[in-house]
Design a protein around this ligand. Structure first.
Ligand SMILES: Cc1cc2nc3c(=O)[nH]c(=O)nc-3n(C[C@H](O)[C@H](O)[C@H](O)COP(=O)(O)OP(=O)(O)OC[C@H]3O[C@@H](n4cnc5c(N)ncnc54)[C@H](O)[C@@H]3O)c2cc1C
Length: 288
């Protein structure tokens, strides 16, 4: 299908983009990599009168470390995440996650800010950023606000982003050296979304779990933080029995939708299996 006609804008600064968004309100849509928005426009699920392209805003690009934080511009592409030597060294979970997104074409254009802002529970960055305790910078005509990733996703295609706001930056506390991590993702084939996936970050101290985050992808209306599973592991050694129990607790919060990727029972079982694998791998990577 062909999208409905729209007026195209290519602002050259963030302030110009915010002014355009404020001026056109609900009739405008921001364009980042276009890999979620354009299919929706072609299907006529999205019908903007104005398309505001963020592509010329170099201020929304780049990856840097500031103090004890990694700061990633919202317009940074998946490929740029993957090839960042800073992230490879300091935040390999994000690299591992980005490498599993779709295919090279999507990763070349798709941006981390677009992936998060879209609010699709099938997208991978929601779980990854919650597992990394990230926060998001949202800019509007009255200034910036910073909101935690955990709590940002309200429902399918619903987030805390308000009309007139642009996500400008993703901030991640630099993971401490020795943090274990894994993104375990099951997909039917290259280019598909997750049937189920689990992001884990893990710290061990004196042989016991001192910090853990477990977040599930595509088995609910949003990414799901498995807090019960996390609590079951804190302060204890991580052995096979505890990993099994954590996987069982993670499965208990799953509410996947049945589709071509599988029925509810299968997807829930796969979320358990991805949790098992992610915890085991994170343990093998963590300093003890
Ligand atoms: C075949 C295929 C397979 C895919 N598989 C996966 C997958 O396995 N995992 C995965 O995570 N994703 C997957 N995707 C989605 C892909 O990663 C998209 O690129 C991503 O969801 C959106 O990023 P984008 O930069 O393309 O944003 P766009 O499509 O341009 O925008 C998406 C939405 O976010 C809004 N938006 C964009 N940037 C901002 C911003 N800075 N501030 C506020 N709002 C903004 C837009 O207005 C729009 O509503 C797949 C896409 C395709 C086509």
């Amino acid at each position: 299908m062909i999208p409905r006609p729209f007026e195209y804008h290519a602002p050259r600064s963030l302030s110009e983009a915010i002014s355009l968004l404020t001026e056109h309100g609900d009739t405008a849509k921001l364009l980042a990599g276009g890999h979620s928005l354009l299919p929706m426009m072609k299907l006529r699920f999205a019908l903007p009168d104005h398309l505001i392209d963020l592509g010329k805003l170099t201020e929304l690009k780049g990856i840097r470390e500031t103090g004890d934080e990694l700061r990633i511009g919202a317009m940074t592409t998946e490929n740029e995440l993957i090839w960042s030597t800073l992230l490879q060294e300091k935040c390999p979970l994000l690299v591992e996650g980005a490498r599993q997104i779709s295919d090279p074409q999507v990763r070349y254009r798709g941006t981390i800010g677009g992936d998060i802002s879209h609010g699709d529970p099938g997208n991978d960055h929601p779980s990854l950023t919650i597992a990394l305790d990230a926060s998001f910078v949202l800019a509007g005509e009255h200034g910036d606000r910073v909101v935690p990733a955990d709590g940002f996703f309200l429902g399918t295609y619903m987030t805390l982003l308000e009309a007139g706001e642009i996500m400008t930056e993703i901030r991640i506390p630099t993971p401490a050296a020795g943090t274990g991590y894994c993104y375990a993702k099951l997909k039917r084939k290259t280019g598909d979304f997750a049937t189920a996936a689990t992001a884990v970050t893990l710290r061990m101290s004196g042989g016991n779990v001192s910090d853990v985050r477990i977040v599930l992808t595509n088995v609910g209306q949003t990414a799901l933080r498995a807090t019960g599973a996390e609590q079951s592991l804190l302060g204890k050694p991580l052995d096979d029995a505890r990993i099994d129990e954590a996987a069982r607790l993670a499965m208990s919060i799953c509410e996947p939708a049945e589709d071509l990727r599988g029925d509810i029972e299968y997807k829930t079982a796969m979320a358990g299996e991805m949790t098992r694998r992610a915890l085991s791998k994170a343990l093998s990577r963590a300093a003890h």
